[in-house]
Design a protein around this ligand. Structure first.
Ligand code: SF4
Length: 370
């Protein structure tokens, strides 16, 4: 099994916290999509004969695409890769783009999972973050998606917002649960270099939440979502039973994937490569049949470190029987103190983070890596 990621790096406007690779030059969409289709043809053998179990349109804002463009991309992918009939086909969407008519059209293309970037149900926080939708548009988008036939909906929720109280976060979590969505991804707001929000922080216009508040917020999310029947299957991701994101899980479990589009990453089990993060140069290089990318061959040590870093985030943890004898010994030697302090538990030969362990995940990961 393998996955396909398609990067759609276009946004109507830039959110204040965002440092993702995307552009507001929407006129480039048409040549860009043609280039992505050509790239799919050029790299059709990248995953060998593997069956594709997930396709993910990420961004940027893929919901800016016309349904005809989504259809045409899917046709090209189907013509060049062995996509399973029951594949999970996801698209990221901005609530501001989602009319009932648009959602019906998207559903008709074969897309069967919608990931809506809601972030918060507070209008003032949405404004501060520079999001171009309101809280009521977010709720309406979920209702409209249901009406359009989507039975697998995910929403993103951000916490640690400037000035956010635990009560305000509780309110966001309550709204998220009320929507009845199958999947909720939670993110701690991070202040990336050179974003307008980071400038506001430096100017003293906003303040960063302290670490202990962030930990308490993560715990609150855990308590409320698990009480509502969601499973924390990854440190930041919750789902109703059987609704874990197949595509995102493939990243955590080292399942190969091809990334198409400018800046997209690919992994084939032995190496990672990433396309040039420049839309015009990407288009030109594909047109010239000379795709520009960088590549890194992964050593055994790299693969071990990635296993620690990615698997510790999941509810299954690190499966020790999948490690070499040397890696297993190294891992257990460095895990011992965390097991003794109940930050990690050993269960059925899997080394898993506990609730307290998730609070110091970065530190534990560094200690277990080679
Ligand atoms: S819509 Fe997403 S990718 Fe675009 S600017 Fe906002 S956060 Fe970044």
């Amino acid at each position: 099994m393998a996955g396909i990621y398609v990067h759609i790096p276009f946004c109507k406007s830039r959110c204040r916290y965002c440092d993702f690779f995307s552009t507001t030059l929407l006129h480039l969409q048409i040549p860009y999509i043609e280039a992505v289709k050509t790239e799919a043809q050029l790299r059709r053998t990248y995953l060998g004969e593997q069956t594709i179990s997930s396709v993910y349109f990420g961004g940027g804002t893929p919901s800016l695409l016309q349904s005809e463009q989504i259809c045409s991309l899917l046709e090209t992918l189907n013509a060049n890769f062995a996509i399973d009939n029951n594949a999970e086909i996801s698209i990221e969407a901005n609530p501001g783009d989602l009319s009932l008519e648009k959602l019906r059209h998207i559903r008709q293309t074969g897309v069967n999972r919608l990931s809506i970037g809601i972030q918060t149900f507070s209008d003032s926080a949405l404004k501060l973050l520079g999001r171009r939708h309101t809280a009521s548009e977010a709720t309406d988008a979920v209702l409209a998606a249901r009406e359009a036939g989507f039975d697998n909906i995910s929403i993103d929720l951000m916490y640690g917002l400037p000035g956010q109280t635990l009560e305000e976060l509780s309110n966001d979590i309550w709204h998220a649960i009320e929507t009845g969505v199958e999947h909720i991804s939670t993110y701690n707001l991070t202040y990336e270099d050179n974003t307008p929000l980071t400038q506001m922080l430096r100017q003293g216009l906003i303040t960063q939440q302290p670490d202990d508040t962030l930990n308490r917020m993560a715990e609150l999310i855990y308590e409320k979502l698990t009480a509502a029947g969601y499973i924390r299957y990854e440190v930041s991701n919750y789902c109703k039973p059987h609704y874990q994101s197949r595509h995102n899980s493939s990243y955590w479990y080292h399942i190969p994937y091809i990334g198409l589009g400018a800046g997209a990453h690919s992994f084939n089990g032995k190496s990672r490569q990433w396309n040039i993060s420049d839309i015009n140069r990407y288009i030109d290089s594909v047109r010239a049949r000379n795709l520009q990318y960088e590549k890194e061959t992964l050593t055994e040590t790299d693969l071990y470190n990635e296993t620690v870093m990615l698997r510790l985030r999941t509810k299954d943890g690190i499966c020790l029987s999948e490690l070499t004898d040397a890696d297993r010994n190294y891992c257990m030697l460095h895990a011992r103190s965390f097991v003794e302090s109940e930050k990690l538990i050993l269960s059925n030969n899997n080394l898993k983070a506990t609730l307290a362990g998730f609070n110091i995940l970065d530190y534990m990961t560094r200690e277990l890596m080679r």
